[in-house]
Design a protein around this ligand. Sequence first.
Ligand code: ADP
Ligand code: MG
Length: 238
Amino acid sequence: MADVELKNLKKSFGKVDVIHGVDLSIKSGEFAVFVGPSGCGKSTLLRLVAGLEEATSGTISIGDVDVTRVEPADRGVAMVFQSYALYPHMTVEENMGFGLRMTGTDRTVIQERVSKAAQILHLEQLLARKPKQLSGGQRQRVAIGRAIVREPKVFLFDEPLSNLDAELRVQMRLEIARLHGELGATMIYVTHDQVEAMTLADKIVVLNAGRIEQVGAPLDLYNNPHNIFVAGFIGSPK
Ligand code: ADP
Ligand code: MG
């Protein structure tokens, strides 16, 4: 668990400014959701927190630590991607333990953490399977399991459910909500799905062209959007 603090964070790719001085504070244990149109910088902002992109200027702190120049593996974050990115030749168990093996974690610790994560995600019966023997929802669970075993302070999700069909999406959304309740970890979640944002978030961050338009609890934004853009995104469900 950790506070995440962004201060005047900027990111440019070449001459193109993509994130324009974002200030944002996410409390320990909070579920923050980034929403906004395609190309507004949601993934870039998440990747900056993860350390997968280097900030052009500004700072990122997690807990009391300035992680702006810290390597991704040492930031205490774990990211779950939309595309699962599982290793096809490894079993579920090996996929979940892989990151820990790479950091030289003790074998028994890996086993304990994998079995705990498998229990949380209802994957106990599937540990010996390969990814191609799993459904989309099960694959996404393994991808989440891979993050859980690292025991991160902050979970980062980039549109984790957008490859799933509508029914599975609802089911996995409920699971992610349950997971947040169970783990009590700080979570930052990117989506363009309004229902996901409204139901999962403690705090919604509405982004537009690399800037924050408004931050607030779902009902605050819904009842009191500061401008037409926010109203269009949150205030008027499609
Ligand atoms: P979102 O996730 O909200 O759809 P992104 O963060 O992926 O948006 O992208 C924001 C902007 O930054 C887009 O205009 C995109 O083309 C640009 N961008 C993202 N990554 C790169 C990169 N590696 N090189 C150049 N431009 C990029
Ligand atoms: Mg994106």
